[in-house]
Ligand binder design. Structure first.
Ligand SMILES: Nc1nc2c(ncn2[C@@H]2O[C@H](COP(=O)(O)OP(=O)(O)OP(=O)(O)O)[C@@H](O)[C@H]2O)c(=O)[nH]1
Ligand SMILES: [Mg+2]
Length: 644
């Protein structure tokens, strides 16, 4: 368990921690000199049985609130310190508001400096503080009157903290490893060490991690968890990681960076969030208000885009998009604080809803319903709703990253949902079964409509199909849908053209006109139709143009290109095939040779060779040592194209 102090300047936070742990967390010379905490201080207390308490001491002075914000992010427990001589002061209130906005639910109040006042005064402040807590996330937190100076009352608080730590146990180490860096330094002999609170997951010595958002790869050489050497560290602990990497020298590590598992290295400079405006703000939060964002240990300047109703009234909550000056690390559920432009006032706090936000259409109704689904507490319910609302499905990898799910967690989640998954090497797509059916159907409808409108074409290219269909999916999904439809016999593919299997191309009027001239000439040649060259001369056409037409006529099934320079009608091909069958049937051994074929058909020696070779290719005949025999009956091969 990690405990952060909170409270007004000089109210006795640091002295109390010294009483609890024996450690003076004011380590900077300047802090000693001024008797004031400036930066974060850290202390630990071992509870045995593998449990320990980690303390983050924050400065109370309002000038150092930025450090305070870095310190309280990611803690489990808040220790609000109020000196009874002063009673609640401005930073008591501000720190309490911050803890409330961050949703810190576990905590205790230390009423310090009781050695300075009467018991009546202690009672009075106790009441005052309890009333302050009432409408906050720390409502009902126990109150411990004590003196940091004499040590009176500290034992009771210590016992309470130890009990709380044991009760909380180890925070579930769900999610990928994320540590919010609050300090980094170099140790001679060991190298770079970074410290911070572990927000989620687990880390072990030897793990590869990424320094995010800059993306530097590092390896974990050694771990101190809660100040003890350890082989691993996990959520709810403060860790110091000794890291190494080839590019580490060059990269400046600073407070606000994250050390994360590669799966959640997804920097974002724009995210959607649910935001609550502080109740004591005087004005409504307007669209595009500039602000300071504090998330994890990072702070960055941003603009607040209000997504609904234009403004957010004091005390109210709503959806916003934060547009940041620079990328940071953030995942669904991360808590944050907004302060005003000059960073003087805490104005709001919130929770990240979707770390991956579109720049355009952020306030469209479709986007708002998406965010409402993403606002669900559990990822399975969120995914169920998103799938139901996404006719095109969604990117599952993005979803898992947004929710900081490990590969294992994601796998289990998908297994328990009705979900059609389409994966390739680079991405994983999910779509609700009903939407998948509808999408496939829309493809079929589009192809059918295409045939109706363009009967002369065989079909359409995949990219044309993708353009026509209203639901837009990634190429991988389109391809899978087409493949499935082909497998089920609903579609057919020829090259890159898809079509309904029963559809054949229909000729245009011009084609029909030309065919009316060509057909008699081809038929007129009997079993020896004219050469293409001869046809062109007869028709007065250019050879190339005629060839184009004949090729198309072949696709329409009107002609068959038997030899390189000659087209036959299917009827003539069938007649020539019958001659081969007759010859084979007449022969005792079922074989015939080119000479007998030439004599029977009368088409001449050269054409005989061409025709017989064509028959071999088409599978009608098969060559043997002596001649040829029939391989497949002519009707099975040519009858469907001939008009019989
Ligand atoms: N008499 C008395 N003095 C105390 C007590 N606790 C703290 N002090 C004194 O109050 C002064 C401030 O104490 P700190 O512990 O530094 O206060 P702090 O809350 O850490 O202050 P910041 O970190 O600057 O916000 C010091 O001089 C302490 O000795 C107490 O219980 N009784
Ligand atoms: Mg202090």
């Amino acid at each position: 368990m990690i405990v952060a102090t909170a409270g007004h300047v000089d109210h006795g936070k640091t002295l109390l921690l010294k009483g609890l742990t024996g450690v003076d967390t004011d380590r900077l010379p300047q802090e000693k000199q001024r008797g004031l905490s400036i930066d974060l201080g850290f202390a630990y207390r071992d509870l045995g049985q593998g449990y320990s308490l980690g303390f983050v001491d924050v400065p109370g002075h309002e000038r150092f609130i930025r450090n305070m914000l870095a310190g309280v992010a990611g803690v489990d427990f808040a220790l609000l310190v109020v000196a009874v001589d002063d009673g609640p002061m401005p930073q008591t209130l501000e720190h309490l508001a911050i803890l409330d906005l961050l949703g810190v639910r576990h905590g205790a109040v230390a009423l310090s400096k009781i050695d300075r006042v009467t018991p009546e005064r202690v009672e009075e402040v106790a009441h005052e503080v309890s009333a302050l807590l009432e409408n906050s996330s720390l409502s009902g937190a126990p109150v411990f009157p004590l003196s940091g100076l004499s040590g009176q009352g500290i034992d009771k608080l210590r016992v309470y903290l130890e009990d709380a730590a044991l009760q909380m146990g180890e925070r579930g180490a769900a999610g990928n490893f994320r540590l919010a860096v609050d300090r980094s330094f170099t140790v001679t002999g060991a190298g770079v060490v970074v410290t911070g609170s572990v927000f989620s997951g687990r880390v072990a010595v030897g793990d590869q991690l990424i320094l995010s958002p800059r993306g530097t790869r590092v390896r974990v050489r050694a771990i101190h968890s809660q100040n003890q050497p350890s082989q691993s560290g996990s959520a709810g602990q403060r860790c110091a990681l000794n890291i190494a990497g080839p590019d580490l020298e060059k990269s400046q590590i600073s407070r606000g960076d994250w050390l994360v598992d590669g799966r959640v290295h997804v920097p974002t400079d724009r995210f959607d969030a649910s935001l609550r405006v502080q109740g004591n703000e005087t004005d409504a939060l307007k669209h595009w208000t500039p602000a300071h964002l504090y998330l994890g240990a990072a702070d960055v300047i941003c603009r607040v885009a209000v997504l609904q109703d234009g403004v957010l009234l004091p005390g109210s909550s709503g959806l916003v998009q934060l547009v940041l000056d620079r990328p940071i690390g953030a995942v669904r559920g991360d808590r944050f604080i907004l302060r005003d432009q000059s960073a003087r006032r805490t104005i709001a706090g919130g929770t990240v809803v979707d770390p991956f936000s579109p720049a355009r259409g952020r306030a469209r109704p479709r986007r708002i319903t998406w965010l409402q689904a993403m606002s669900q507490e559990k990822p399975d319910e969120a995914l169920r709703q998103l799938l139901a609302r996404s006719p095109a499905g969604l990117d599952l990898d993005r979803f898992a990253q947004a929710w900081n799910l490990t590969a294992e967690e994601a796998k289990n989640l998908y297994a328990n949902l009705a979900l059609k998954r389409i994966d390739d090497d680079s991405r994983s797509w999910g779509i609700a079964p009903a939407h998948w059916q509808a999408y496939r159907q829309s493809l079929l409808t589009a192809v059918t409509d295409w045939h109706r409108q363009k009967p002369e074409s065989l079909g359409l290219h995949e990219y044309e199909l993708a353009r026509i269909v209203t639901v837009k999916v990634p190429a991988l999904v389109l391809r899978r849908a087409i493949t499935d439809l082909i497998e089920d016999g609903n579609l057919a593919r020829k090259g890159s053209i898809v079509h309904i299997p029963t559809h054949g191309p229909r000729p245009s009027t011009d084609d029909l006109k030309l065919w009316a001239k060509v057909e008699p000439l081809v038929i007129g040649g009997g079993l020896r139709p004219p050469l293409i060259r001869e046809l062109a001369a007869d028709l007065g056409m250019e050879l190339r143009q005629l060839e184009g037409f004949l090729n198309q006529a072949a696709q329409l099934g009107w002609l068959i290109r038997v030899a390189g320079n000659r087209y036959f009608t299917p009827e003539v091909v069938l007649a020539l095939a019958s001659i081969a069958e007759t010859l084979a049937a007449e022969a005792a051994d079922g074989e015939f040779d080119p000479r007998s074929y030439r004599d029977r058909s009368g088409i001449g020696r050269n054409l005989t060779i061409e025709v017989l070779e064509f028959f071999d290719k088409a599978g009608l005949t098969r060559r043997t040592d002596q001649g040829r025999r029939i391989n497949t009956p002519a009707r099975d091969i040519f009858a469907s194209s001939a008009q019989v």
